[in-house]
Each structure stands twice: as C-alpha cells, then as structure tokens.
Ligand binder design. Structure first.
Ligand code: AMP
Ligand code: TRP
Length: 338
C-alpha cells in the first residue's frame, strides 16, 4: 500500500546538482513526501561515503555536503515529514556494508555498468580503488538498514538497487527474514535526462563540457546561454521522436517538466516555429521553474547554522532505526554481544 511504503534514497555530494538530478530524483521525492504520512518512514541521505569512491578534495566535499543539504531544503523537502541525514554520521552504514561485502560475489560487482564506466574513466591515471568496486554494497547497506520498500532513483541506479535486492534475498535465505526486499522506483519520462551537448550521453557533472548540463544554481543568463547552444537534430520540425530526434526529444521532456505542459501541447504550440523560438520558450520555462528553488536556496545560504541542526536531528533519528537493524544482523551472524 502506497501510504505505508518506507522510502530511502540519496545523492552523492560531489558538486553542484543539475536538472538531471532534480527531474530524475528530487522531484520524485517531493511527490512521495506529499503522498505519504510523516510517520511512514521516508529517509533521504547525503551520501558522502559514496562521494569519496572517486578522487575528491576534502574542502570541496565539506562544502558540497552542506550545499546538497541546502538544495534538498530549497527544493521543498520538509524535515518534519522526512528524515534528512548525512551518511557518514550514521556508522551503521559502513558497518553493515562490511558484513554484506562478505556475502557479495566479486563477479556481481565487476559486472556493474557504473563500475565499468567509472573505472574506464579513471583509467591508469588515478588507479581503481576497491571502494569503487564495493560502492553498490554500501548502497545496499543504505537501503536495507531502513527496511526500505521502495527506492526512487534515476535509471543509472536501477542496476544497483537490483543488486541490493539480491543481497537482501541472499541474507534472508541464509539467516532468516531480516531485510525487506526493496523495489526500484523510476519516473519513466525523466529517468534519464540527456546531456545538452550530446544526446547519446546522460546529463552528468563528469561530462567533459559545462554546456552539457544546467545546474540548479545556474543564473538565468547561464541557463539561456546553455539552452541556446544545446545541440539539436537535423530537420526543422519540433516533434517528440526519441529515435530520430533524440536531442530535441530530450529538450521537449525538460520543457514539459518545467512548464507543466504536456509534450503534445508543446508540439502543437511550436508547430511551424523555429528552433530559436522553441529554445527561447524552453529557457524561460527552466528559469521560471527553478526560480522558487533558487530564491529559497539563497535565503537558506544566509542561515547555514540551521541546516546543521536539521541534519543532526535527522541523522539521530536515522541512527536509531539503523542501529536496531544492525544489532539484529550482528546477532544473526554470530557476533558476541558487546
Ligand atoms: P548522483 O549525482 O549520481 O548521486 O545521482 C543522484 C540521483 O540523480 C540518482 O537517483 C540518479 O539516478 C539521478 N540522476 C543523475 N543523473 C541523472 C540524469 N541525467 N537523468 C535522470 N536522473 C539522474
Ligand atoms: N549511488 C547513488 C547515486 O549516485 C546515491 C546513493 C547512495 C543512493 N546510496 C543510495 C541512492 C541508496 C539510493 C539509495 O545516485
């Protein structure tokens, strides 16, 4: 039953968030928050343990952790209705990950698409650390600690949630029912927002060019500029056709999401009009769609201390639930009670 679902999701604080994170993840979270009673157990984390699986700078990580929290709040996540926590503040995540890692075959981790992509990108320059390989095991721990029923994420994380399911099932089979087996939840239309400069690649901060993504904190001018230079497809028609017009279809999805107008309506309104006109409308919709979040963000940035209180309270609540799950796990696997 929807109203009773326990939800967990999170984002790595690896820099500014972009509209792919917003449309693929955060917007879904806001709907869930509205549809669920406060006591049903919705937890959103800032996943700093995951952020260090690729090369990072300590000061930037600290800054990004705070900034990601501010974005959560500015977007409308409400600490009265959801639990907002910092992953490294709840040690049960790392502890459970260790246990689960002892039950996860190496081959399953080596098969993960994200691992293959990231290790290719890191290549010989940085070396590939075992933490990158173990990333999905930690993610399974995040999810399983809260008896999560559903995990709202973008498409790139689906494989990881499926792995969490099989880890849960394996543990339950061996030690008796301990974990809920989580379902993945993706918003079909926005599960994979593509890069503005290459519609074959997903929008990502690790993309080569800044023109590929729109940050949630980009100024109106920057947004207009990025929309203006976004690649389009050959032909003049403004129609949704992901196979033949992948770039334009991606822009139509973004336009529709930020304006609240269905794609069909946009197609009708822009029939016979130019890409220039279409892009002007799109930029306006994104700017207007992000304006409330941006003004709230600026307001929250001035009172940063308050956000720490919210994170402390949330992490404490999270630790109470996670601690119970971890205690049950330790007992089942045969650790001597401390
Ligand atoms: P990350 O920034 O990788 O921690 O991702 C945070 C959340 O945003 C995850 O749920 C991702 O699946 C989602 N996400 C990241 N990039 C995109 C994208 N281009 N389109 C849709 N969702 C995305
Ligand atoms: N790996 C996720 C990402 O990059 C972030 C994440 C970490 C997460 N732990 C999670 C998402 C648990 C959902 C559930 O997007």
């Amino acid at each position: 039953m929807l109203g009773q679902q326990r939800i967990f999701s999170g984002i790595r604080p690896s820099g500014d968030l972009h509209i792919g994170n917003y449309l693929g993840a955060i917007r879904q979270w806001l709907k869930l928050q509205d549809d669920h009673p406060a006591e049903s157990g919705i937890v959103f984390g800032i996943m700093d343990l995951h952020a260090i699986t690729t090369p990072h700078e300590p000061e930037k990580l600290r800054e990004a952790t705070l900034e990601t929290s501010l974005i959560y709040l500015a977007a409308g996540l409400d600490p009265k209705r959801t639990t907002l926590m910092v992953q490294s503040w709840v040690p049960a995540h790392a502890e459970l990950a260790w246990v689960l890692g002892t039950m996860t075959p190496l081959g399953e981790l080596e098969r993960m698409t994200q691992f293959k992509e990231k290790s290719r990108a890191l290549g010989d320059k940085h070396g590939i650390m075992s933490g990158l390989l173990a990333y999905p095991v930690l993610m399974a721990a995040d999810i399983l600690l809260y008896h999560t029923d559903a995990v709202p994420v973008g498409e790139d994380q689906v494989q990881h949630v499926e792995l969490a399911r099989s880890i849960a099932e394996r543990f339950n089979n061996r030690y008796g029912k301990t974990f809920a087996v989580p379902a993945v939840m993706v918003q079909k239309e926005t599960a994979r927002i593509m890069s503005l400069d290459d519609p074959a690649k997903k929008m990502s901060k690790s993309g080569e060019s800044e023109r590929g993504y729109i940050l949630l904190t980009d100024s109106p001018d920057a947004i207009s500029e990025k929309v203006k230079t976004a690649v389009t497809d050959s032909g003049k028609e403004i129609i949704y056709d992901p196979v033949n017009k992948p770039a334009l279809s991606n822009l139509l999805v973004v336009f529709s999401e930020f304006s609240g107008r269905p794609v069909k309506e946009l197609e009708r309104d822009y029939a016979g009009k130019s890409y220039v006109e279409f892009k002007a409308g799109l930029a306006e919709a994104v700017i207007a769609g992000l304006a409330p979040l941006q003004s709230k963000f600026r307001e929250l940035e001035r009172g940063r201390a308050g956000v720490l209180d919210i994170l402390h309270a949330g992490s404490e609540r999270a630790a109470a639930v996670a601690g119970q799950t971890l205690a049950a796990v330790k007992e089942k696997i045969g650790f001597l009670a401390a």
